[in-house]
Design a binder for this molecule. Structure first.
Ligand SMILES: [Zn+2]
Ligand SMILES: [Zn+2]
Length: 235
């Protein structure tokens, strides 16, 4: 019997609430093909959960003041570090959203997978119209294209997911590891999901839902693996 090997990381400890809950062992073959997760038809259900590790109001680290309250603004999910920041958000929601949008645009721009328009396929040009829908960066060639995307965001977020997976899977930093459970086994049916224009491979639908609910607990691990490709597990 194979010795059980878990990937040592804080998120695994947090998410499993007891490492013994993991059913995954070591593996020694190439990573299996993964299936992209289908998104819901409902716009609110197609939005990414809050993914930054910092408070949407004060910028402090989430979790340092206990449970991080979630704020839902027109279906969009944000998190703050404490009740005082939740109250500050509600006093000026538009200004707070404008500021957090600017943070997300800067953060996601390097991960945006396309140099062409999602709508027309034409080059985006030197100054695309950047905007956030559902915590996701979109780039349009102008206001008219932006409005087209916002008229049917579920369709365009699906197209963007496909573009992210196509662009990032060849160099994805942890193709054999699920950020929730550890090793992806040959018997698993992994999924590729997209959060904040980053691809994340998980070992099963349950782990997909775990990451989609609290991506800020897992995204740092994926970003780290992508920045350190030498740490990739070789078959
Ligand atoms: Zn705060
Ligand atoms: Zn899993």
């Amino acid at each position: 019997m194979k010795r059980r090997v878990l990937w040592a990381c804080p998120a695994i400890c947090v998410s499993l609430g007891g490492i013994g809950a993991c059913s995954h062992g070591s593996r020694d073959i190439a990573s299996p093909p993964a299936t992209p997760v289908r998104r819901a038809a409902d716009p609110a259900a197609s939005m990414d959960s809050y993914y930054l590790s910092t408070c949407a109001v004060c910028g402090g680290m989430l979790g340092t003041k206990g449970e991080s309250p979630e704020l839902i603004q027109e279906g969009r999910r944000l998190r703050v570090c404490c009740d005082a920041c939740a109250q500050a958000f509600n006093r000026a929601p538009a200004a707070n959203i404008e500021r957090i949008d600017a943070v997300m645009i800067l953060d996601q721009r390097p991960h945006y997978p396309l140099k062409v328009s999602l709508v027309s396929g034409d080059p985006l040009g030197p100054n695309p119209e950047d905007f956030i829908w559902g915590n996701r960066l979109f780039r349009a060639s102008g206001w008219a294209e932006r409005d087209l995307i916002l008229d049917d965001p579920v369709r365009y977020v699906r197209l963007l997911d496909q573009a992210v997976i196509a662009a990032q899977s060849p160099t994805y930093g942890m193709p054999d590891k699920c950020p929730v459970q550890g090793d992806i086994l040959p018997t698993d049916e992994p999924f590729d999901i997209v959060v904040a224009n980053r691809m994340i491979r998980v070992c099963c639908g349950r782990c997909a839902r775990v990451v989609q609910a609290r991506p800020y607990q897992y995204l740092g691990m994926v970003d780290y693996a992508n920045r350190h490709p030498r740490s990739r597990v070789q078959p």
